[in-house]
Design a binder for this molecule. Structure first.
Ligand code: ADE
Length: 253
């Protein structure tokens, strides 16, 4: 999977490349991340990549010419057969909220070109003429799109075969499976008066699975009840939720 990031701050992208799971995947040739400075594609002496907005208003707007040139350059590095399937992503707070379905779609692509939005905004012709997906990582405003690009790269990379230990792992993850993760415990069995649940040390795998499932259901209902609507629930799950009582009766619907 090839990630090509177009940004005014290429150094910001180095944060992910050097360590842990992503760093190892790059070393193993499963991923590549390149960060290209949009300023390289400016044509004036000063390397002007942004300008005042027509109509007046605060903040500088990312100019179209260097971004179009940078995307052309990035697309030229993509094999012909993969070009049409390579999303051109713009990070911005106006975009669709990143979720697992967008991550899945991106993970199925041969690579991504990500344009990091500028904090005041980008010339609308970049959206109209280049961008296939505009993505926000949450309802808050960052000073630039670089952290959003890193979030997208990290989330997508986990689904590239071989990046995370086994494919099963990522499919069973919380969110991917539709529910939040159950509580986890490791040694020691007792710590500062808090004991790991007896059941997890019982060796009874069926009971352990049942306990975990119920904990996931409870936690999801408490912390992210919105997820329950789309979660794949069994009849036993629904019965368990209904039995929890409380004032959240629409869970059972
Ligand atoms: N740029 C600034 N804020 C952003 C956000 N919330 N998501 C993606 N890109 C952004």
């Amino acid at each position: 999977m090839r990630f090509q990031v177009l940004t005014l701050f290429p150094e910001a992208l180095r944060a992910l490349a050097g360590y842990s799971i992503i760093g190892r995947a790059i070393q193993n040739g499963l991923l590549s991340i390149t960060a290209t400075d949009i300023r390289r594609f400016t044509t004036d002496r000063h390397g002007t990549a942004d300008d005042y907005q027509f109509g007046g208003g605060p903040g500088m707007v990312l100019k179209p010419e260097p971004v179009f040139a940078a995307v052309d350059d990035a697309l030229a590095a993509v094999p012909d057969a993969e070009r049409g399937a390579t999303p051109v992503v713009l990070t911005s707070p106006q975009g669709r909220l990143l979720d697992q379905s967008i991550v899945d779609e991106f993970a199925a692509a041969p690579g991504l070109i990500i344009i990091c939005g500028h904090y005041a905004g980008v010339d609308e012709r970049i959206r109209a003429g280049l961008v296939t997906h505009e993505v926000s990582i949450g309802d808050y405003v960052l000073t630039g799109g670089e952290l959003a690009a890193l979030v997208i790269i990290d989330a997508v990379s986990r689904f590239v075969p071989g990046v995370v230990g086994s494919a099963e792992n990522v499919q069973e993850d919380s969110i991917t499976s539709g529910l939040l993760q159950h509580p986890l415990y490791t040694r020691p069995a007792e710590f500062r008066g808090m004991a790991a649940p007896e059941i997890l040390r019982s060796g009874n795998h069926a009971e352990i699975e049942r306990w975990r499932r119920r904990q996931s259901l409870e936690r999801t209902r408490r912390q992210r009840p919105d997820l329950l609507d789309a979660a794949r629930l069994t009849n036993a799950d629904r019965a368990y939720l209904a039995g929890l009582g409380g004032n959240d009766d629409d869970d059972a619907a």
